[in-house]
Write a protein that binds this ligand. Structure first.
Ligand code: SF4
Length: 332
């Protein structure tokens, strides 16, 4: 969850929540609780209706020809899948700036007319907006974001806040200070962020950047504010459920406690796969010798020795979920 704030001249703070549609139900309840004790929170979410409609047209007009043509080996970017021409094409697609954004696709033989028509029909049946931002983004792109192509943050949080919150405020002539609740300890990338910097037309302030997790929960206690209950249910983070960045232990914890969230993502994989030109899309990238899809990754989360061996203790742990446990010691 990202909370941004804007100072008016009287220094009132306006919290904003960018809803990805991929949050745990407890997080939505927690937002209601926060509003009841702290006041209104502006909720914004991205809308991909127009983009999906544009892609429908692109699929109808171009996919039959593209799918039946023999294709030489080439570099590919997801902008192509979404029916948009890539807006730039670097010479070195393996440089540190472009790695992960471009994929080398080997030469392919074109499909028959019938095979191509089936792919187009399946894609068109999936290319309908659902109103769930994360899912609609993936339907439009024909793929899920990944740790290397992390377009989810940009499309579901950054752009939507700029368009729906910042732009109208700036148009009225106000200055904006965006308060971002990130901490240096959360990741190596966040550790590099400064406390203050200039954004695009606004300034950024990160008041918690040097705080520890204990500092955060101590501040909750000081002001009598409950933390998100997911922190007492083994979660180390409470953003998307699961986040594309989640590690093995986090996936294990999510899968044993919240199987409905895993089932939801498995269903999303089925839909996004249909919308994909390659008829393949998984939430986490498919690895060698792994079953496809999130269910395969959940099985892997129960293993040790790099996935080579099931761990009996982990299997027992998976089925015996403690009612209360916290990575931050909140249950004691
Ligand atoms: S999946 Fe992770 S990185 Fe992507 S928007 Fe959600 S929390 Fe952010």
């Amino acid at each position: 969850m990202w909370i941004y704030g804007m100072y008016e001249l009287d220094e009132d703070l306006y919290p904003v929540f960018a809803d990805t549609g991929h949050e745990h139900p407890e997080t939505y309840k927690y937002l209601d609780y926060l509003e009841s004790v702290l006041g209104p929170i502006k909720r914004v979410k991205a809308d991909f209706t127009a983009r999906i409609e544009k892609k429908r047209q692109y699929v109808q007009e171009h996919w039959p020809r593209k799918l039946t043509a023999d294709v030489p080996g080439r570099w590919w970017t997801d902008a192509e899948e979404a029916g948009e021409a890539p807006d730039w094409e670097p010479e070195d697609k393996l440089s540190e700036h472009t790695a992960g954004l471009w994929t080398w696709l080997p030469a392919e033989k074109g499909m028959t007319d019938k095979e191509a028509a089936d792919v187009v029909e399946r894609a068109l049946s999936a290319l309908h907006p659902t109103g769930i931002p994360f899912l609609d983004l993936c339907i439009w792109k024909g793929r899920f974001p990944s740790t290397k192509a992390r377009f989810c943050t940009e499309f579901l949080k950054v752009r939507v806040i700029e368009e729906q919150v910042y732009d109208p405020i700036l148009a009225e002539g106000w200055d904006i200070v965006s308060w971002q609740g990130v901490r240096a300890e959360e990741s190596p990338a966040r550790a590099k962020l400064p406390e203050r910097e200039d954004g695009d037309g606004f300034s950024i302030y990160r008041p918690l950047i040097h705080w520890t997790a204990d500092d955060v929960f101590a501040m909750h206690r000081k002001h009598g504010i409950d933390p998100n209950p997911l922190y007492k249910l083994g979660m180390g983070r409470v953003g998307c459920m699961p986040c594309i960045n989640c590690n093995k232990a986090e996936l294990f914890e999510i899968a044993r406690r919240f199987p409905k969230e895993i089932a939801r993502v498995a269903e999303w994989e089925r839909i996004v796969k249909m919308a994909s030109k390659r008829q393949a899309a998984t939430f986490f990238p498919t690895a060698r010798n792994m079953p496809e899809g999130i269910d395969g990754w959940v099985e892997w989360s129960k293993t040790v020795r790099g996935g080579k061996q099931y761990d009996l203790l982990k299997a027992i742990e998976f089925d015996n979920v403690p009612a209360c446990s916290s990575a931050y010691g909140l249950c004691e």
